[in-house]
Design a protein. Structure first.
Length: 445
C-alpha cells in the first residue's frame, strides 16, 4: 500500500476544492458582496434568514442580560485560570526531556490531526459546540440592541463551522458592558453545554454500568511471559495477586514489589472472554528494570474499572480527592481510556433498563456524551484566552480599558482605546509564546 496515500487524497481534495471555488469566483458567485464569500481558505455561506428568530429569542432582555453578566464573570475567571495553567506548563516544560515533550500534533485542536481527539466524536462535538456558541452570540447581541447582519456556515473548516456576524459599527458604539455580554455569550454557552452533557453522561453511566470485578484492569499482555502463559488478556481484571487483594493500582504494585523472580504465586482474575473468575498459579520472570523483583508481563490502566466508573459519574467523589478526580476526568483521552472501547469496555456489564442493549451501541452513545462535554469545556476555555481574534481578546481589551479608566481618569476615550489595543497585542503575543514554549523548549534540551 502507498504510505503517502492519505496525503495524496488530502492534496487532491484541496485541489478540487480550490478549482471549484475559483470557478464560482469566475462566474461571479463568490465575492464580498455575495452570499458566498471567502473567509481565509474557508467558503462562507451567508444568509439573512434566522435573524427574526434571534429577535424573538432575544426579547427576554433581563434574562439574557443576567446570563451575559454571568458569562463575563466566568470568562474573566477562566481567563486567569488558563493563563496560569500555561505559565505552569511553561515552567514544567523546562524540566522534561525531549522524549517527554508533547507531540506537535497536540498543538492543533482538530479531530484526526490531534491524536487525542477521535475523528467521529470530535467532529460531532465541535460542530455542536461551534453552532450553539455562535447562536448564543446572536441572541445576546439582539437582547443588547446590537444588530446582526447575517448568519451562516463555513465550509472546509473541519468539517464545518458556523458564524453570526454582528454589526461592527453598533458593536463598537455599544457600551463596554453590553459589548462584553455579547462576547462572553459564546463562552457561557460552551460551559453550560459541558455541564448538560456531563450530567447526561453521569446519569447514563450511574444507572447502566457496573464493573465485572473489583481489581485492576489489564491494558496489555506481553507475549511469552507468565501472564501470557496463563491466558491473561487485555480486558481481564486482576483481583488478587500473591494473597493480596488488588482493588487499587497501588495495592497491585505493592503486591508485585513483594514478589521475586523465577517464583510462582497465586493469581485470581476475571476473564472477560468467558465471564468467569479464574484462580491459578503464575510463574514470574525477572523484571527487566529491577532484577530483584518478579515480572508478570502486564500493563494495567492508571484507573481501576471502579475508579473509571466513578470518574465518569462524579469525579469530585474520587478517593484521591476532588481535584485529582477532575484531573482524571480531563485527561481520560490522554490516558487512552476515553473513548471507552475494547479492551476497557470489557471491564463492565450493562444493568438496569439498558441491560439488554448491545454494549457497542451503548458505549458509542456514552462516548459521544463524554466528548460533547469535554470539547465544549475546552472550546469555552480556549475562547477565554486573551488572544486576538478570540472572544477573550475582545474581553481583555475592554478589561484593560476599564482598569486604565479607573486609574487614569484624565485619559480621553481615544487614549484609553489605544492603550487597550496595545495591551491586547502584548497579551496575544505572550499567549502565543506560552503555547509554543511547551512544544519547542523541551526539544531544545
Amino acid at each position: 500500500m502507498d504510505p503517502y496515500l492519505g496525503y495524496e487524497i488530502a492534496g487532491a481534495a484541496v485541489l478540487v476544492y480550490a478549482l471549484v471555488v475559483y470557478a464560482l469566483w469566475r462566474a461571479g458567485k463568490v465575492g464580498p458582496d455575495r452570499n458566498l464569500t471567502l473567509f481565509g481558505p474557508a467558503l462562507m455561506l451567508k444568509t439573512g434568514r434566522g435573524r427574526a428568530a434571534l429577535d424573538r429569542w432575544g426579547r427576554f432582555v433581563r434574562f439574557w442580560t443576567a446570563l451575559g453578566d454571568l458569562g463575563i464573570a466566568l470568562a474573566a475567571a477562566a481567563m486567569v485560570a488558563i493563563v496560569g495553567l500555561l505559565v505552569v506548563g511553561a515552567i514544567v516544560s523546562t524540566r522534561i526531556s525531549p522524549s517527554q515533550a508533547p507531540p506537535l500534533t497536540e498543538a492543533v485542536g482538530l479531530p484526526g490531526i490531534n491524536p487525542v481527539i477521535p475523528v467521529g466524536y470530535g467532529i460531532v462535538a465541535i460542530v455542536v459546540g461551534i453552532v450553539l456558541h455562535e447562536l448564543a452570540h446572536g441572541v445576546l447581541a439582539r437582547s443588547q440592541k446590537i444588530g446582526v447582519k447575517s448568519l451562516g456556515v463555513l465550509w472546509c473548516v473541519i468539517p464545518v463551522g458556523a458564524f453570526v456576524e454582528q454589526d461592527d459599527v453598533q458593536m463598537s458604539a455599544a457600551s463596554r458592558v453590553r459589548r462584553d455580554r455579547v462576547a462572553a455569550a459564546g463562552v457561557l454557552a460552551n460551559f453550560l453545554l459541558a455541564i448538560v452533557f456531563f450530567v447526561a453522561l453521569s446519569a447514563l453511566v450511574s444507572s447502566s454500568v457496573a464493573p465485572n470485578a473489583s481489581g485492576v484492569g489489564i491494558a496489555y499482555v506481553e507475549p511469552n511471559t507468565g501472564a501470557a502463559n496463563v491466558s491473561l488478556a487485555a480486558g481481564d481484571i486482576i483481583t488478587q495477586l500473591n494473597g493480596t487483594a488488588t482493588s487499587t493500582v497501588s495495592l497491585f504494585e505493592s503486591a508485585v514489589a513483594r514478589t521475586v523472580p523465577n517464583s510462582s504465586v497465586g493469581l485470581t482474575y476475571y476473564a472477560a472472554s468467558n465471564g468467569s473468575v479464574v484462580s491459578t498459579l503464575i510463574h514470574l520472570g525477572a523484571n527487566p528494570s529491577n532484577h530483584s523483583r518478579g515480572y508478570l508481563g502486564v500493563a494495567v490502566y492508571a484507573l481501576t474499572p471502579s475508579q473509571l466508573r466513578q470518574t465518569l459519574i462524579w469525579p469530585m467523589g474520587s478517593s484521591s480527592g476532588p481535584f485529582a478526580g477532575m484531573v482524571d476526568w480531563l485527561i481520560l483521552p490522554l490516558a487512552t481510556i476515553e473513548p471507552v472501547a475494547s479492551p476497557t469496555s470489557s471491564f463492565f456489564h450493562l444493568v438496569g433498563p439498558l441491560g439488554q442493549v448491545s454494549p457497542s451501541v451503548f458505549w458509542v452513545g456514552a462516548n459521544a456524551l463524554y466528548f460533547l462535554a469535554w470539547m465544549n469545556l475546552l472550546l469555552g476555555l480556549s475562547n477565554c484566552l486573551p488572544l486576538v481574534p478570540l472572544d477573550g481578546g475582545l474581553l481583555f481589551r475592554d478589561f484593560a480599558a476599564s482598569v486604565a479608566a479607573r486609574f487614569r481618569s484624565g485619559w480621553t476615550a481615544a487614549r484609553l482605546d489605544a492603550f487597550a489595543a496595545r495591551a491586547t497585542v502584548l497579551a496575544s503575543v505572550l499567549v502565543l509564546v506560552l503555547l509554543a514554549w511547551q512544544f519547542v523548549v523541551p526539544r531544545l534540551g
